[in-house]
Write a protein that binds this ligand. Sequence first.
Ligand code: ADP
Length: 193
Amino acid sequence: MFNLILFGPPGSGKGTQSDKLVAQYGLIHLSTGNLLREEIANQTALGLEAKKLMDNGQLVPDAVVVGMIGSALKANPQAKGFLFDGFPRTVAQAEALDNLLSEVGEEISIVLALEVNEEELVKRMLLRGQSSGRPDDKDENVIRARFVEYQNKTAPVAGHYEQSGKVKHVKGEGSIDDIFRSLVREIEAKQSV
Ligand code: ADP
């Protein structure tokens, strides 16, 4: 299997690039943000709890997202690989993911980390908020709160994978196609090893 983590702050383009990467490599796209928004749309108990946190820019509990990812992995035993988008977002989630994968003899192949400066991120998210219907993209205070969560809890996830040399940093500014080409270059370099 080829298991890829697309890493980066909110608004760095993970969703956009994920769509292109799964189309190119036939991976299964697992976005915890999308899975949570489905729960909200279906008005499940989990979704209603998660919504309160998401609307404030806070992370939902590790156990919730780890449970969702565990089910998705079990539901797709024949997958060529997975693209994890917006997950893991804490070191505890990264450890849980490593364990889930090692139970089936798999591991993370590569972590692609998109880098975009914060002012550009805020601009992109406010723009997205005008059309996406996502309440967490409409309010600059909520956007800033998501960055604080990212700095405190999510940025250390890169360190978790850095030790094994799996993290590749990619500039996430420029055209969508140029960024995609940079991501593909890193994947091809890894696959030819
Ligand atoms: P973005 O990366 O643009 O903030 P996402 O769709 O990935 O958007 O996430 C939206 C919100 O969903 C997050 O702010 C958080 O509240 C929640 N969320 C998504 N993934 C996770 C996760 N792995 N752990 C905890 N909370 C998560």
